[in-house]
Ligand binder design. Structure first.
Ligand code: IPM
Ligand code: MG
Length: 344
């Protein structure tokens, strides 16, 4: 098995180091291939993702990404030309983001229990507002027009909806479409019709629900137990999963996967590069270790994944906080705690 590792920028290399430590402790045999992509490469060479590097990425079995971004790089460059380019070129059309409250974790909502917060967001990851469609007209003038279009294809919507139904049928059998059908009457309508059609035809035993995206934000805080699997578009998924991370305990614990079920998937902590914490040993590696847990699951290494999850749960119950600098342990010590908590 070949694992492509993109440590990236800021605290990325530190958290990736702990995820790889945990991988080693599982005993799963993997060949690691390092990729030097991110701000340093861009600043010294001007390239973000050359074609030969992209081809090398495509030849891996899976990818682990730390984080990319740097205050010295103009906004959008690394996001669009590196992160989104990988997602699009590798057709990682599912952005899978579990929202799970681990044992002992304190969050901003003290009334939530572990049982309340246990759902998965299936975010469409290949189209919507993220395709870059649109443009300027009369830029810089008083009559400037900026158009940013949301692209939603039947093919794209159907494959994400099917993925979500399939997942729901292995869980508590409830699928909630989160959208804004009362205003986005074309894209929302397409999503709703596909959910109804696919559900009625192929997943009659999965309960279907619909929640507007603004109301979903209320329910994340007020009634998270109403969710099992959420399916939503790219932009709404981006936004609600940051709220999801907060009800898990923060960015320090939130992991995600960019999945191509028939290709190469990439797993990442969903937080950023945390420049203030870089090099200090204060960043929380649990999100990156959670990404490793998801990666092992995707590769069918189920036993190893179960052991890593047990390790994360052991560590989460010891940490004082999920927040960087407030964990009561260093980054490396948290990695060690996960290893210590892994059943043999
Ligand atoms: C995420 C991030 C990215 C996104 C950014 C960095 C382009 O916010 O993974 O959620 O919007 O998808
Ligand atoms: Mg985001």
């Amino acid at each position: 098995m070949k694992l492509g590792v993109i440590p990236g920028d800021g605290t990325g290399p530190e958290v990736v180091g702990e995820a790889l430590k945990v991988l080693d402790a599982t005993g799963v045999a993997v060949e690691r291939v390092a990729f030097h992509l991110g701000a340093e490469r861009y600043l010294s060479t001007g390239d973000t993702l050359p074609d030969d590097e992209l081809a090398r990425l495509k030849s891996m079995d899976a990818l682990l990404l730390g984080a990319v971004g740097d205050p010295r790089v103009p906004p959008g460059v690394l996001e669009r030309d590196l992160l989104l380019r990988i997602r699009f070129e590798l057709d990682q059309y599912v952005n899978l983001r579990p929202v799970v409250r681990y044992p002992g974790v304190r969050t901003l909502i003290p009334s939530h229990t572990e049982a309340d917060v246990n759902f998965v967001v299936v975010r469409e990851n290949s189209e919507g507002l993220y395709t870059g469609a649109g443009g300027f007209h009369r830029k810089g003038t008083a009559h400037e027009v900026a158009v940013q279009e949301s692209i939603n294809t039947r093919h794209g919507v159907e494959r994400i909806v099917r993925y979500a139904f399939e997942l729901a049928s292995t869980r508590r059998r409830k699928l909630t479409l989160v959208h804004k059908t009362n205003v986005l009457t074309y894209a929302g309508d397409l999503y709703q019709r596909v959910v109804n059609e696919v559900g009625a035809a192929d997943y009659p035993d999965v309960e279907r629900d619909y929640v507007h995206v603004d109301a979903a934000c209320i329910y994340f805080l007020d009634q998270p137990s109403r969710f099992d699997v959420i399916v939503t578009d790219n932009m709404f998924g981006d936004i609600v999963t940051d709220l999801g991370a907060m009800i898990q305990g923060g960015m320090g614990i939130a992991a995600g996967g960019n999945i191509n079920p028939d290709g190469v998937s990439m797993f990442e902590p969903i937080g950023g590069t945390a420049p203030d914490h870089t090099g200090k040993g204060t960043i929380n590696p649990l999100a990156a270790i959670g990404a490793m847990h998801m990666l092992l699951n995707e590769l069918g290494e189920t036993d190893a994944a179960i052991r890593v999850d047990a390790g994360i749960r052991f560590a989460s119950s010891k940490l004082h906080s999920m927040r960087a600098g407030e964990m009561g342990f260093t980054t490396r010590e948290v990695g060690d705690l996960v290893v210590e908590g892994m059943p043999s």
